[in-house]
Ligand binder design. Structure first.
Ligand code: GUN
Ligand code: FE
Length: 421
């Protein structure tokens, strides 16, 4: 781990791919550009990856501040998701994706909910983000208006794969997302995993987030989620587990042996008082870890904030200032995130041949002067206010802090109205 910083260079992009990186003079001589961004006062970083969030929960902000996971789900999240309408779902996706784009997140992995997943895809298509979108599955132990049957969970997901997976030059991808084993039958988990295998998709679920959840799993299965998934044969390199806060030695071995990825959500783990995930131990065991905002279990989508929370939480937890360094946490938000969503070779680094997913930070906006250590300053000082331009798949989707793909003002106004009516 350890990102390298290169001063004063230009990046040539064509066909959505980084073609060349080099001294400004040479690049200017070798290529003819039909568009240029003057990045003299900019820091260019790989687009940030949010490996775990729930766009359709965004409208619950401000109402859910004081609960632990299971009560939070029962009291706020299930009632809200159970009463979603198509219009509200779309509004949630719009507000979420606008905020992510303007915060320098270029790629996300969204659980949506049990219905209206088409809206999320349609909004992602329009705004231009790299999207991994799932339809939440739950066929057991769920409130009446969210309970589904196993067959429709699978068949509805299959229909979404047909409609959306691979669209927009591969920018939109479907992800198989059973909610968690607390609200899923074994049959559903097994069939969902088979569906993911059939289409070569990421299989994402929540695991061992909170002690109440773990106690429920012990009672129902005799073991917590990871060992239960292992018994069912559902651990593999396409598996992304959100949280993994409460792990024992055997869990580390199972995750590492099966090349399972972890979405670490430090903000959510604090917000819901879930606990402190043993991230340094995961990394020591060579487990791939990415970062997630987990909104609605957190107040905003800024991955700068999640980087900072991740690194500070380990310092204060261990009383060791080197518990997890800033290079590690920066890699988690970029290349680690790419690994989580199965895009290790495509995104996560600024490198010739990679997809051009880039975030530009304005050095003048905050704390970048004097520049001593770019990565340290990005991790400890930067915020979404620094994000000036965002490029996804070679397309500039945010230019000079404004979305280029939609009318931002109008969309926000309409979406906000839909959520209060
Ligand atoms: N576990 C099951 N569902 C959820 C959810 O929506 N959010 C979080 N944070 N954990 C979950
Ligand atoms: Fe979550």
């Amino acid at each position: 781990l350890g990102a390298r910083t290169v001063p004063d260079c230009s990046i040539a992009i064509d066909n959505g791919i980084i073609q060349d990186i080099g001294p400004k003079k040479r690049i200017a001589k070798d290529y003819k550009f039909d568009d240029e961004i003057d990045a003299r006062d900019r820091i260019v970083i790989p687009g940030l990856v949010d490996t775990h969030m729930h766009s359709y929960q965004v409208a619950t902000k401000g109402q859910t501040c004081d609960s632990e996971l299971l009560k939070w789900l029962r009291s706020y999240i299930f009632p809200w998701e159970g009463h979603l309408s198509r219009k509200r779902a779309r509004a949630c996706a719009e507000l979420s994706y606008i905020e992510m784009a303007k915060s320098g997140t270029t790629c996300f992995s969204d659980f949506t909910s049990t219905r209206f997943t088409d809206e999320a895809f349609s909004v992602a298509e329009k705004i231009g983000l790299r999207a991994n979108i799932g339809r939440t599955m739950m066929d057991y132990n769920a409130p009446k208006d969210m309970l589904e049957d196993t067959v429709s969970d699978i068949e509805d997901s299959r229909a979404l794969i047909m409609r959306w997976h691979g669209r927009c030059n591969g920018r939109l991808r479907f992800m198989v997302t059973p909610r968690f084993d607390v609200t899923c039958s074994d049959e559903l988990l097994v069939e969902a995993f088979a569906l993911a295998k059939e289409y070569n998709l990421v299989f994402q679920t929540h695991a061992q987030e909170n002690l109440g959840e773990v106690a429920f799993e012990r009672k129902r299965f005799g073991v917590p989620a990871i060992k239960h998934l292992n018994k069912l044969g559902l651990l593999g390199s396409n598996v992304l587990l959100a949280h993994c806060v409460w792990l024992d030695k055997k869990d580390f071995t199972l995750l590492a042996k099966n090349n399972v990825k972890v979405a670490h959500c430090p903000g959510s783990n604090m917000y819901l008082a879930s606990g402190i995930a043993p991230v340094p131990e995961m990394l020591k065991n060579k487990i791939s870890v990415g970062l997630g905002s987990d909104v609605g279990a957190y107040g905003n989508y800024s991955m700068f904030e999640q980087m900072r929370l991740a690194v500070l939480l380990q310092k204060v937890h261990t009383l060791r200032p080197h518990a997890m360094d800033h290079h590690t946490v920066f890699s988690m938000a970029t290349s680690g995130g790419a690994a989580c969503v199965g895009l290790s070779k495509e995104i996560g680094e600024i490198r010739v041949g990679r997809k051009a997913d880039l975030t530009l930070l304005d050095k003048r906006s905050l704390a970048f002067s004097p520049l001593h250590d770019v990565i340290a300053q990005v991790v400890y000082s930067a915020g979404k206010v620094c994000v000036s331009d965002v490029i996804v798949d070679g397309k500039v989707i945010v230019r000079d802090r404004q979305l280029t793909t939609i009318n931002e003002e109008k969309t926000i106004r309409r979406a906000s109205k839909a959520l209060v009516s």
